[in-house]
Design a protein around this ligand. Structure first.
Ligand code: SF4
Ligand code: SF4
Length: 212
């Protein structure tokens, strides 16, 4: 599932042995705030800016710990490591999250974890050998599970998302307009209308049932 345009862990860190991936879920109030309207909410944008800073600090903390144990670690930026024309990143937190067993892909092409999809992924590469997490066999997206949901498609107000399409460029244009709107708080090129208050926003709906 990894695109040839994505780097391999060994291209990021020589003799790499493990990739550590984590998910920081947003609180329900933040997700709720972004559910209505056309522009991304102030709370959603602020959560994005703050978690970007948090991921940088968390990676630095992990790096120091791993170095003290005598191993190396490559810190990967949380975001904005993508080609601005093709809109494809050279390292995909989503794909490594899938490979590492942290979650499964949803119809919206995001990762759904046990804590849902609204939040942030961070990942690092190290030459410390760790025991891999088992990857779940079952689907976490209701559409892939039993075709009972297309809520994310219905919630995109811009027609960027369909069952078999994702208009990456249109989506990015919307994200840029939100970045301008919220520019006072930092750089938040986000939207997330399709993720906010849908069955997989805050949990794995296949295990726990469809109710929000
Ligand atoms: S909203 Fe429904 S169809 Fe879309 S990713 Fe979540 S569970 Fe799947
Ligand atoms: S993030 Fe993209 S796909 Fe989702 S609602 Fe916004 S424009 Fe549509």
């Amino acid at each position: 599932m990894i695109s040839s345009e994505h780097l391999l862990p060994s291209e990021i860190l020589e003799n790499s042995k493990s990739v550590i991936v984590y998910f920081i879920p947003f609180k329900k109030d933040i997700v709720r705030s972004n559910s209505k309207g056309i522009c991304s909410s102030k709370e959603w944008a602020e959560a994005y800016v703050l978690t970007t800073q948090m991921i940088v600090k968390l990676n630095r903390f992990l790096s120091e710990k791993i170095q003290k144990m005598g191993f190396k670690m490559a810190e990967i930026p949380p975001t904005h490591n993508f080609d601005k024309d093709k809109l494809i990143s050279n390292w995909s937190h989503k794909h490594v999250a899938y490979i590492a067993g942290l979650g499964k892909f949803g119809l919206r092409k995001m990762i759904i974890t046990e804590k849902g999809c609204c939040g942030r992924l961070g990942s690092i590469v190290t030459d410390l050998k760790l025991k891999p997490t088992n990857r779940p066999d079952n689907e976490f997206c209701l559409y892939f599970h039993d075709k009972s949901c297309i809520k994310c498609v219905e919630k995109c107000p811009f027609g960027a998302l369909g069952i078999n399409k994702f208009d990456r460029k249109k989506c990015y244009q919307i994200c840029l307009s939100n970045a301008e709107l919220h520019s006072k708080m930092g750089y938040a090129d986000v939207c997330g209308k399709c993720l906010s208050i849908v069955p997989c926003s805050l949990r794995n709906p296949v295990i726990r049932g469809k109710k929000d």
